[in-house]
Design a binder for this molecule. Structure first.
Ligand code: FES
Ligand SMILES: [Fe+2]
Length: 391
């Protein structure tokens, strides 16, 4: 929930990255996502588990207990829960209370992330996990990190959907006047927003000059794609000017993908998972290392801005945001997020109104709401209906 209002800031019927693959081991790891406290671990066969981090008996966090085989033993009175959250052992009694269980969340490992579905388990289709295949595709090399940022995850989405800030925040690495000045185009469908920017014949900034290793002017591109509620992939690169990159021939250039998925922890904090993957010199591990640290330094510059912005929002609860042409991408992303939240509220409201009758078919189903048609809508930067919206 938002710290400013009781309004939810994120939908719950979605897959969220809860951990990097390397973080999860044969030990109990507490993590909060979407205001839900989880305990996570791997079973002996490596498969991931996500349980509610509160014992059924007296609510001690299960993460304070220990792993026994594939089960979790509470660290207070020793109740044992299996990976499905069912209590399978109670000390000093033979009959198990059938209601003794903790919530088990749908969990799935894909593209180097452990994804958790905090909402209705019946809707948790792994096919809906965002496509971040560059992260484990052998044709690409790269690595990333997890940052804990003290801000609403939507501020990070805003930040990524409008890269003009590179000019002002990242002047020493990837920033360039052209990013703030070049025209861009925004398009949207029901489940995506794309911001495309080409900068023709520019002097590549230091980061890209080092990657390209070819003197002279370059064509640079940034194609940003948002997938709700919180995944942003950015196709980035440079090629020597005039070698055909804008027309589709990138063979003379270098290409990377910045993968970002930003999981809300609370209404005002998030887990920001990212990776930078490239398709050139992929066997040079030293480059992977260097790029990872370089991008981490760039993102640390964002972190300072984002946390200061969040604090200012909390300090000025009466103020709204204003929107410029550059905010078309972020605004469109926020509209999709807001629509998902509204649909979930509608369903929850319908279920409440119908009470137990819902099971008999009285309430709208989540599936029906999800199918409500929203036509693909092209949106150009600078369109006139960018009215001021709340945070
Ligand atoms: S609190 Fe977990 S067994 Fe008592
Ligand atoms: Fe940035």
């Amino acid at each position: 929930m938002s710290a400013r209002t009781a309004d939810p800031t994120f939908p719950i019927n979605a897959w969220y990255a809860a951990a990097y693959d390397v973080e999860l081991r044969r030990e109990l790891m507490p993590r909060t996502i979407c205001d839900r406290r989880l305990v996570m671990y791997r079973r002996a066969d490596g498969s991931p588990v996500a349980l509610e981090d509160a014992c059924w008996h007296r609510l001690l966090p299960l993460s304070k207990g220990r792993l026994v085989g594939d089960d979790v033993q509470c660290g207070y009175h020793g109740l044992v829960f299996d990976a499905g959250g069912r209590c399978v052992r109670m000390p000093s009694q033979e009959t198990l209370n059938p209601s003794a269980c903790v919530r088990s969340y749908p969990v799935h490992e894909k593209h180097r992330f452990i994804w958790v579905w905090p909402g209705d388990p019946a809707l948790a289709d792994p096919a809906r996990i965002p496509d971040l295949h560059w992260n484990d595709d052998p044709a690409w090399a790269g690595d990333g990190k997890l940052m804990h940022v003290k801000c609403d995850y939507r501020l990070v989405v805003d930040n990524l959907m409008d890269l003009t800030h590179e000019t002002f925040v990242h002047g020493g690495s990837i920033g360039h006047e052209a990013v703030a000045e070049a025209p861009f185009e925004v398009t949207s469908t029901e489940r995506s927003v794309t911001v495309t920017r080409w900068m023709h014949g520019i002097d590549p900034p230091p980061f890209w000059a080092e990657q390209l290793r070819k003197p002279g002017p370059a064509d640079r591109w940034q194609i940003i794609r948002f997938e709700p509620p919180c995944t942003v992939t950015i196709d980035v690169g440079v090629a020597p000017a005039g070698t055909g990159a804008p027309q589709g021939d990138r063979s003379q250039g270098v290409n990377g993908y910045v993968l970002n998925t930003i999981t809300p922890e609370t209404g005002t904090s998030c887990h920001y998972f990212w990776a930078f993957c490239r398709n050139y010199r992929i066997h040079e591990q030293g480059i992977t290392q260097k790029l990872r640290e370089g991008v981490a330094r760039v993102f640390a510059e964002d972190e300072v801005i984002l946390e200061a912005q969040q604090q200012a929002i909390l300090d000025h609860p009466d103020k709204e945001f204003y929107n410029l042409n550059i905010d078309a991408g972020p605004m469109w992303a926020r509209r999709i997020i807001a629509r998902m939240i509204a649909q979930e509220r509608e369903i929850a409201g319908g279920a409440r109104a119908a009470g137990d009758g819902a099971a008999a078919g009285g309430a709208p189903t989540a599936g029906a709401a999800a199918k409500s048609a929203v036509r693909p809508t092209p949106l150009r930067a600078g369109m006139p209906d960018l009215a001021a919206a709340g945070h």
